[in-house]
Design a protein around this ligand. Structure first.
Ligand code: C2E
Ligand code: CA
Ligand code: CA
Ligand code: CA
Length: 277
């Protein structure tokens, strides 16, 4: 094998080797970072289109390591899911988010904080209980916390009673569920009936192509109308231009998130931004 076209085979396997190596270094460093709380959370504002107020922020994990450098969530989360460390990331982000929401509340800011959780985390039978414990410990009211689940999550969860029960438990306590990346999964309306979802978040890929064709505009308008007819709050993510914003407003979309308002920023920058809006 080595003789015929050996070079490319060798370099391919060395690439694979490098990737595997980076992965195992990331796992090791992540364990350490979690232990030392060396991760950070940034917050991206969500704005009510009727009032222009910042009503919520999405908590997004950030990690820069001495050895491996910046590891983006798109690289980090899959590795964490496979190694089982996703639960530790979740615990960290939940605690940070609850502390921060409680802190803003004490400063007189009524800001909800939205947290991304994966289906794997909800397979932990104590998930709901541990979130409720964190709320109590941090003095954060349940109605300040939102949980973002993806369509993929919803599809898997609809067959798992214990996940549905945990979601209902959290919803009864006052936590709101957001269906993230709406429109990108496999169309299933069954979970709309089964899961306690209150907010529909239209995926940024649709918003990004909003201005490209009339067909996309009809599609997104349809998504907004669908959400409204289901009595859901409709939120659009990845809004980057005023033209996108205006069309979404015209469709009756309730809220937007995206670079047009702000990129993800620190808690201090959020406080300052809210003060100036
Ligand atoms: P997501 O939940 O769909 O989050 C939105 C992503 O889009 C974020 O990327 C955000 O920075 C980016 N974004 C926001 N506004 C705009 C915009 O106007 N234009 C464009 N092009 N992008 C925008 P980020 O922070 O890199 O996160 C990527 C994904 O990683 C998230 O997608 C989410 O699925 C996951 N993630 C991030 N933090 C966490 C976490 O704490 N736990 C879990 N389980 N997943 C997380
Ligand atoms: Ca999200
Ligand atoms: Ca999303
Ligand atoms: Ca996404």
């Amino acid at each position: 094998v080595r003789e015929a076209g050996g070079d490319s085979i060798l370099s391919l396997s060395s690439e694979t080797h490098k990737a595997l190596n980076r992965r195992s270094v990331i796992e090791k460093r992540l364990l350490l970072a979690l232990d030392q709380k060396n991760l950070k959370v940034l917050y991206q504002p969500q704005v009510d289109l009727q009032t222009g107020d910042i009503i919520a922020v999405e908590a997004l994990v950030r990690w820069e390591d001495e050895e491996v450098g910046v590891v983006s969530p798109d690289e980090l989360i899959p590795i964490a899911e496979e190694s089982g460390l996703i639960n530790n990331i979740g615990s960290f982000v939940i605690e940070e988010a609850c502390k921060q929401a409680a802190k803003w509340k004490n400063e007189g800011l009524n800001l909800k904080v939205s947290i991304n959780l994966s289906v794997r985390e909800f397979r932990d039978k104590n998930m709901a209980k541990s979130i409720l414990n964190t709320l109590e410990k941090t003095g954060c009211p349940a109605n300040l916390i939102q949980i973002e689940i993806t369509e993929k999550f919803a599809l898997e969860a609809e067959a798992e009673t214990s996940i549905i029960n945990q979601m209902r438990k959290l919803e009864n306590a006052g936590i709101v569920f957001v269906l993230d990346d709406f429109g990108t999964g496999y169309a299933s309306f069954r979970y709309m009936q089964l899961l306690p979802i209150s907010i529909l978040k239209i995926d940024q890929a649709f918003i990004g192509s909003l201005l490209q064709s009339e067909k996309t505009q009809r599609l997104i308008n349809g998504m907004v109308q669908f959400g409204k007819s289901m009595n859901l709050i409709v939120l659009a993510e990845g809004v980057e231009t005023i033209e996108q914003r205006n069309l979404l407003e015209q469709y009756g979309c309730d809220a937007i998130q995206g670079f047009l308002i702000s990129k993800p920023i620190t808690e201090l920058e959020v406080s300052n931004l809210v003060a100036t809006v």
